[in-house]
Ligand binder design. Structure first.
Ligand code: ADP
Length: 604
């Protein structure tokens, strides 16, 4: 099989992504390589595919057990012989895997960097036929990186012991210093350095001033994400717990995650999240590396991160599957002061000076009005034209503004008539003519402003409230209710007008179920729900995460194309031979049942 056939057969994809082919060719030609590609760029495939075209086993060094476990499960689901050795396995289990490695029955072997410390393990590797080594998350060996790991420093042993076996190193971190460190530490020999673009076009970046602790804004944002996966970063253990408790109380499946929890507890949360049994994790930075979950739809920061490297890495955990995903950063100047205090505690020296400079950069970034993606690219010494559609700044620059004085007056009037004692949701519910118990009890359905808000959806009205807050027409007092300011009174009296970016009313936190190609019809959405249910059942039966069965994108395409033959099924993105054999029939059966019920005739 050639490259393309291997891609289709094992992974079910039709085409390579940018730079994947170059990486694969480099590995097959036995040259050292360093690949820098943003998260979600498709690095894994670059080393998983060549090993299938070469003799021997590939040894992959990976920093986290969970990461290895996910990869091994996913490879096995594609019919590729993969295994891992870790401290979690029994002696017998490890022995048996070692035997398989020596007999050449394993194509991919995942190990932790610590394993390279063991002379027993090194001698085992000498007895195996290794085609190439892979160093995943290679930035962990740089002290300039933000996830330095002592154990990664041991990896220089690879070139000492196996000078003729090529090494392929992978990372998403792009700074020059980290790059140089990786090459030096691993002693790479004239490596082919492949650098992908920093730009993640499926991430929408929004940055706003935080109001209070940000919980109200968070809730507002999350309205569109019930049942979807996301990560919320906060600064302290205490705040992870309070935010998680708040979200649980509001009906979200959220858990706190921080370094103070036991290993077991953290492992449990990680697994529940990966398996879609838990929707949101509220975490300190302790959570993240090794989160290889493709369907994370949003990442929220409730504070200013300490530098753009961490920020970029953290938002990068969203949208690995390539579907549109949202990132929201809420900050105030107080964050800057707090982050500075952390740095003040560091030992004086270059690292400390750097940390201050980095903090300054992210603070400038957060308050800037330039394209967010362009600013990030510039920071990493790359050039990019403004994204025009994937960040708040570009949208507000590009778009026409429309006058919203009249709707603003409706809101302000409703706030005034309810005696400035309620939150935005309640006030908007009055405008929308809600029959909620509270509104009826308060006799607010008798107000002149009741049910006069037909022109916008609820979220549209809330966007206008946001705008009024930014504009300074309303404020939130310490009881968390909306009150009118002098500016608000002027608008109400018709002495001041207010406008908003037209697009903002339409696209604030817009979600798309599938991808950029089209929004789903309601019918298709129902079919997708049925297919997802089947996927979950299969996943539970086999004790694997749902996305390992099929990705969301695969299901979405099935829901649209409704394939009922093997051939049509194999044409679906992400369905390879092995997956077809395992799950194809079950899905075809389900699709047939759907078609029969709907009276659709014909096949294909
Ligand atoms: P990275 O390791 O660079 O963060 P991954 O290797 O996890 O990225 O890949 C991200 C997602 O993209 C995965 O769901 C993977 O299956 C998918 N993917 C990778 N290569 C391709 C391809 N050529 N066509 C379609 N999807 C791909």
């Amino acid at each position: 099989m050639d490259k393309k056939q291997t891609l289709k057969h094992y992974f079910g994809y039709d085409d390579f992504r940018d730079l994947q082919e170059e990486a694969i060719d480099t590995i097959v030609s036995k040259r050292d390589m360093l690949m820098i590609l943003p998260t979600g760029g498709g690095k894994s495939l670059c080393y998983q595919l060549p090993t299938l075209m070469m003799e021997g086993v590939t040894v992959v060094v990976s920093p986290l057990l969970s990461l290895m476990y996910d990869q091994v499960t996913s490879l096995q689901a594609n019919g590729i012989e993969a295994a891992m050795v870790s401290s979690m396995q029994s002696f017998e289990e490890i022995k048996s895997i070692e035997q398989q490695v020596i007999r050449g029955e394993i194509k991919m072997l995942y190990v932790a960097p610590e394993r390279m410390d063991s002379s027993y393990f090194i001698s085992l590797l000498h007895r195996a036929k290794i085609n190439f080594f892979v160093i995943d998350e290679a930035h962990c060996l740089s002290q300039w990186g933000h996830e330095f790991r002592q154990s990664y420093r041991k990896l220089s042993i690879l070139k000492e012991q196996f000078p003729r076996i090529p090494i392929a190193a992978f990372t998403a971190t792009a700074t020059q210093m980290v790059r140089a460190d990786i090459i030096n530490e691993l002693r790479l020999d004239k490596p082919n350095i492949i650098v992908g673009s920093i730009f993640r076009s499926n991430l929408f970046i929004t940055i706003k001033h935080r109001i209070g602790d940000g919980k109200a804004q968070l809730l507002e944002f999350l309205k569109l994400y019930k049942g979807q996966s996301g990560i919320i970063y906060t600064l302290s253990r205490k705040s992870t717990e309070s935010v998680a408790a708040y979200l649980s109380q509001k009906g979200y499946k959220a858990r706190a995650y921080h370094a103070g929890l036991s290993n077991e507890e953290r492992g449990r949360i990680h697994n529940e999240f990966i398996q879609d049994r838990l929707d949101m994790v509220v975490a300190t930075v302790a959570f993240g590396m090794g989160i290889d979950k493709p369907n994370i739809r949003f990442v929220v920061h409730l504070h200013l991160p300490r530098n753009l490297e961490s920020y970029y890495q953290e938002i990068g955990r969203a949208g690995r599957d390539g579907n549109l995903s949202q990132t929201l950063l809420l900050f105030t100047t107080a964050d800057l002061i707090q982050q500075r205090l952390f740095i003040d505690d560091l030992e004086a020296g270059e690292y400390k000076r750097n940390a201050y400079a980095k903090l300054q950069s992210i603070s400038t970034f957060a308050t800037s009005t330039s394209c967010r993606h362009q600013s990030i690219s510039h920071y990493f010494k790359e050039s990019l034209v403004p994204c025009m559609e994937r960040c708040d700044n570009c949208l507000s620059y590009k778009n026409q503004t429309i006058d919203i004085t009249t709707p603003a007056q409706k809101i302000l009037s409703a706030i005034y008539r309810t005696k400035q004692s309620f939150g935005a949701n309640y006030v908007v519910d009055i405008l929308k003519g809600s029959k909620s118990k509270k509104i009826v009890q308060n006799a607010h359905d008798k107000l002149s402003v009741y049910d006069i808000g037909k022109e916008y959806s609820k979220s549209g009205w809330l966007t206008i409230v946001d705008k009024l807050l930014e504009f300074g027409a309303v404020a939130i007092n310490d009881k968390r209710v909306y009150i009118l300011t002098e500016m608000g009174k002027k608008i109400l009296q018709g002495k001041q007008s207010v406008a908003i970016d037209e697009e903002r009313l339409k696209v604030t936190f817009e979600t798309q179920v599938v991808d950029d190609n089209g929004v789903f019809e309601e019918d298709t959405q129902r079919i997708l729900d049925r297919l997802s249910k089947l996927r979950n059942t299969i996943a539970t039966q086999n004790s694997i995460p749902a996305y390992i069965v099929f990705s969301q994108k695969t299901l979405a395409q099935m829901a649209m194309e409704l394939p009922t033959t093997k051939e049509a099924m194999l044409n679906i993105h992400g369905v390879g031979e092995v997956k077809y054999e395992r799950y194809g029939e079950a899905f075809i059966e389900e699709i047939r049942a759907i078609k029969n019920a709907k009276g659709i005739v014909g096949s294909g």
